[in-house]
Design a protein around this ligand. Structure first.
Ligand SMILES: Cc1cc2nc3c(=O)[nH]c(=O)nc-3n(C[C@H](O)[C@H](O)[C@H](O)COP(=O)(O)O)c2cc1C
Length: 378
């Protein structure tokens, strides 16, 4: 088999290994997928400035994100249903991230619970919170993240209501996976996934399983569907702030006005994001939004971060040049997890670290801390 040299290679392997419904769940976006495409296209359209004859023999991609030392400015984004891409996927992802020196974020909608992951790793990880209609339940999730010694809470703002992904409906994506004839025929061709996920012990939302209603999975699914709360407002951010004294990151800001309000809350970081093109189709790409937001709130107390289309070290370099302190990767993480579990994720991080390192060198940059807009061909 040809060697794996890029994130796209990992995507191709993932496509072969996991059922179609699971692959599409990660790969596709909402409605016409214009924002999904723009995330990648706008990143690709940014040029880097080639510089020569600068001594770049000593280089460093190491930096800090909200005060934590990291090997490169990258974190694993929270992704729901991660454990359906590989058995115990959240544990594999967290272990790979921690070994590589980058943060891992566990989604509220994960398959492994907060406690499952905390019991399987040595270092703290981050927990992503969806504030649900059932505020008591949200509060209990915050308490559980505290008990698990999570070192940051990532509060997602851009899912008050869910954007529709056509493919998920057409594929009948459900939790636990529903066995229609078409699904069964497809799954039969994925022996690795059967052994890893279907024969594994976790198939449902780990963090929600402690609820009483979880005795019946269909009741649990109904409960979740009704839990996204269109009435969320900035008051809820204050409420979360009052319950979580630790590091707080707000994820899902795309507009300058929202960014100013978010920054005024004094949080540790704000992630410029359109949820990977899975929510408002027609929203601008996150890389287009990034410099506007950096110009408006950069240099303040909140770090500005970025996600949406990050699939190479060059992408990280471009985002950092436009003022992002850190990047998150969603799809690239899930593809690599599906392709090879912990080793697959380790491979993805190493591919991106090397690409970042080489691209920095070819732009004449020795230290990630020196990267600014001057490395770009604007
Ligand atoms: C399959 C999938 C599931 C996701 N689930 C969540 C989630 O549970 N919580 C959340 O805040 N963001 C979620 N996201 C959004 C990611 O955290 C991130 O914002 C996005 O994936 C970044 O874009 P990228 O996939 O192009 O890297 C999800 C993304 C994907 C692809």
């Amino acid at each position: 088999m040809a060697p794996v040299t890029s994130i796209q290679d990992l995507r191709a392997i993932a496509k072969r290994k996991v059922p179609r419904a699971i692959f599409h769940y990660a790969d596709r976006g909402s409605y016409d997928e214009a924002t999904l495409r723009a995330n990648k296209a706008d990143l690709a359209a940014i040029g880097l400035r080639q510089r020569v004859m600068i001594d770049v023999s000593e280089r460093s991609t190491a930096t800090t994100l909200i005060g934590e030392k990291v090997a490169l400015p990258l974190a694993i984004a929270p992704t729901g249903l991660t454990g359906l891409f590989h058995g115990d996927g959240e544990i594999h992802g967290c272990r790979a991230a921690q070994a590589a020196g980058i943060p891992f974020t566990l989604s509220t909608m994960s398959i492994c619970s907060i406690e499952d992951v905390a019991g399987a790793v040595d270092k703290p990880f981050w927990f992503q919170l969806y504030v649900m209609r059932d505020r008591k339940f949200s509060e209990s999730l915050i308490e559980r993240a505290k008990a698990a010694k999570c070192s940051a809470l990532v509060l997602t703002l851009d899912l008050q209501i869910q954007g529709q992904r056509h493919m998920d409906i057409k594929n009948g994506l459900s939790v636990p996976p529903r066995l229609t004839l078409a699904n069964a025929l497809d799954i039969a061709t994925k022996p690795h996934w059967i052994a890893s996920v279907l024969m594994g012990k976790r198939h449902s939302f780990g963090n929600l399983a402690v609820r009483k209603e979880s005795d019946s999975l269909s009741t649990l699914s109904q409960w979740i569907a009704g839990q996204f709360d269109p009435s969320l407002s900035w008051k809820d951010v204050e409420w979360v702030r009052s319950l979580w004294p630790g590091k707080l990151i707000l994820k899902g800001v795309l507009d300058v006005e929202d960014a100013k309000i978010a920054a005024a809350t004094g949080v540790d970081a704000i992630v410029v994001s359109n949820h990977g093109g899975r929510q408002l189709d027609g929203a601008i790409s996150s890389i287009k939004a990034l410099p506007r937001i950096v110009d408006a709130i950069g240099g303040g107390t909140s770090e500005v971060w970025f996600d949406g289309g990050v699939q190479s070290g060059q992408d990280i370099l471009k985002a950092r040049a436009l003022g992002a302190r850190g990047c998150m990767m969603g799809k690239a993480f899930l593809w690599s997890l599906a392709a090879g579990g912990q080793a697959g994720v380790a491979k993805a991080i190493e591919i991106m670290r090397r690409e970042l390192d080489v691209s920095m060198a070819l732009t004449g940059t020795k230290d990630i801390e020196q990267v600014d807009r001057s490395v770009l061909e604007l």
